[in-house]
Design a protein around this ligand. Structure first.
Ligand code: ADP
Ligand code: MG
Ligand code: MG
Length: 255
């Protein structure tokens, strides 16, 4: 199995007088087949964590390490991270005019594995995965992200994950803006990837709703740029009932 290790991660955004520390020492270890939910209030730095692991240039790592099977992720280019087996759902959020979903995914698979997948098996794999995600076959010929609805964007992300078979997947707010049917289909896609390839999943959310469909092995409460509590899935129920107020107060009192 694989292991993604985040140790003492500190991250800032902005420059000069505007520099703001967002991550203040994040520690997390994710192994193959495990699902870790990160839950926290808006603005606590959850997306910053995801973007920092993704290698987004806006975020400056000021301390700590991120390794995948001992390899230094922070020293890798964005492409190298993907080739190493990291999947970040928001990696390609922009519209890619003139590139069909089908060509885009095949190009991504080629970039990740180092060779173009055989056309016949590829078409078959893509069709199977799309059917499972209850996607219309015509979707494959649409231009990437052009006019995608929220639900289509999320399905496209999970389609990518299913086809690219990463070692570790980081899903940021995969549940936001989904109706119940789309949430179920997307969640089943994640569960399939877990069953088929034991992907390790870092599931970032501020609602407990998705955790009814994707059962986490571990729940981490994330407040003001740090993990402040860890537990099993029962912790999500506690958060649903009590919210984050007590954690926010404890953080403010400590400051
Ligand atoms: P979350 O995903 O938990 O809602 P974010 O990581 O998006 O939190 O944001 C955490 C904090 O960092 C917020 O106060 C946000 O305004 C700030 N922030 C995030 N990205 C940037 C950026 N690129 N420039 C300036 N501030 C940012
Ligand atoms: Mg937010
Ligand atoms: Mg966010």
């Amino acid at each position: 199995g694989s292991v993604l290790e985040i140790r003492g991660l500190h991250v800032t955004v902005g420059e000069g007088d505007e520099t703001k520390e967002i991550l203040r020492g994040v520690d997390l270890t994710i192994r193959s087949g495990e699902t870790h939910a990160i839950m926290g209030p808006n603005g606590s730095g959850k997306s910053t964590l995801a973007y920092s692991i993704a290698g987004h240039p806006k975020y400056t790592i000021t301390g700590g390490t991120v390794t995948l099977d001992g390899e230094d992720v922070l020293a890798m280019t964005v492409d190298e991270r993907a080739r190493a087996g990291l999947f970040l759902a928001m990696q390609y959020p922009v519209e890619v005019p003139g590139v069909s979903v089908s060509n885009f995914l095949r190009t991504a698979a080629t970039a990740v594995t180092g060779q173009a997948p055989k056309l016949r098996t590829w078409v078959k794999d893509m069709r199977t995965e799309m059917e499972a995600l209850e996607m219309d076959a015509a979707f494959a010929e649409r231009n990437v992200n052009e006019g995608f609805s929220g639900g289509e964007k999320k399905r496209h992300e999970i389609l990518q994950m299913g086809l690219l078979k990463p070692k570790m997947a980081i899903l940021d707010e995969t549940d936001s803006g989904l109706d119940v049917d789309a949430l179920r289909v997307v969640s089943e896609g994640v569960n399939r990837a877990k069953a088929n390839s034991s992907v390790g999943v870092l599931l970032i959310t501020h609602y407990t709703r998705i955790l009814r469909y994707i059962e986490p092995d571990f729940v981490h409460v994330f407040v003001a740029g740090r993990v402040v509590e860890e537990g099993g899935k029962e912790l999500a129920d506690k958060l649903e009932a009590e919210g984050y107020a007590a954690y926010l107060k404890a953080d403010a009192d400590a400051a």
